[in-house]
Design a protein around this ligand. Structure first.
Ligand code: AMP
Length: 297
């Protein structure tokens, strides 16, 4: 099992403002705990194996709201391959210590049957925004994401929910889902937290070998190469894709999956970049697939 960074190395919640963390396992426990909390309530959905990216969402939820809750649930429905679900890293004890350090009030950490009780038979399937990029690369992935987030939003009924811009398409899918299903929770996107060498923090980074880890910042370099070309006045999307591909080609361990220059609102692939756009990449390093993105315009 891979090692993870120490808990307790830093703290945003001081001993005075830190409250006792309540861990809830069932819908009933969650309902009772929520009945007693001060509003507004901020929600941070996660799959655990928490890192600085998750911490940044928690600290924002803590700062913006009277009460902050995280969920820790590795959602089987959003994995395309059973093996990927099985090998997803888990360490609940460490995750709960981080939630406490971040000053959260509540954590909902249910089992699979608590989220999907026997007889569960609904899929929330978002349309066009869920189809390209990660939707095309991972069939069914966003159905799984939208379904679990709809359930979590309904159970928690938070005023606000916090997501990482690192998963830019996921934020767009969840916004569309909440709007269409008339769920009043406001969806807030927070900036991507990176290692010093530019690699976006991800629970999946733990699977990288030392060589792959050393190679992985090429994602960031490729995105910056595209952004620099755009900042220098290049408006041909193909030229920007080529700049990103050329940077990736310098790294033999990197196997690009997609290199995209897409419209910032629809995620349709562009010919020319006239307004807000999203540069995004998916790259494999052995068995581990990493994604990253950079908005421009
Ligand atoms: P996950 O546990 O991977 O499902 O991620 C839970 C939330 O944390 C999602 O909203 C992610 O977008 C967000 N997140 C993951 N990595 C980062 C990061 N490096 N910076 C900011 N947010 C992140």
């Amino acid at each position: 099992m891979a090692t993870c960074p120490p808990v307790g190395s830093r703290s945003t919640a001081t001993s005075e403002n830190r409250r006792a963390l309540k861990v809830l396992r069932t819908r009933g426990e969650l309902r009772s705990a929520l009945a007693a909390v001060e509003r507004p309530l901020g929600l941070v959905p996660t799959m655990g194996w928490l890192h600085e990216g998750h911490r940044s969402l928690m600290s924002r939820a803590r700062a913006d709201n009277a009460t902050a809750i995280a969920t820790i649930f590795v959602n089987p429905r959003q994995f395309n391959e059973a093996a990927d679900y099985q090998r997803y890293p888990r360490n609940e004890g460490r995750d709960l210590a981080i939630c406490e350090e971040e000053g959260l009030d509540l954590v909902f950490a249910p089992g699979v049957e608590e989220v999907y009780p026997p007889g569960f038979d609904t899929v929330v399937s978002v349309g066009a925004i869920a189809r390209p990029l990660e939707g095309a690369a991972r069939p069914g992935h966003f159905d799984g994401v939208a379904t679990v987030v709809a359930i979590l939003f309904s159970l928690v009924r938070a005023e606000r929910a916090y997501f990482g811009q690192k998963d830019a398409q996921q934020v767009m899918v969840i916004r569309q889902m909440a709007r269409d299903l008339a769920i009043p929770t406001e969806v807030i996107a927070c900036p991507t937290v990176r290692e010093l060498d530019g690699l976006a923090l991800s629970s999946r980074n733990v699977h990288l070998s030392p060589d792959q880890r050393a190679a992985a910042p090429v994602l960031r370099r490729a995105l910056l190469a595209g952004r620099d070309r755009w900042a220098a006045g290049e408006r041909s999307a193909d030229a920007l894709r080529e700049a990103m591909r050329a940077e990736l080609a310098n790294e033999p361990l990197a196997a690009p999956h997609y290199v995209s220059v897409a419209d910032g609102s629809t995620l349709a692939e562009l010919k020319g970049v006239e307004g807000p756009a999203l540069l995004s990449l998916a790259v494999r390093f052995g068995e581990t697939r990493l994604i990253d993105n950079e908005p421009i315009g």
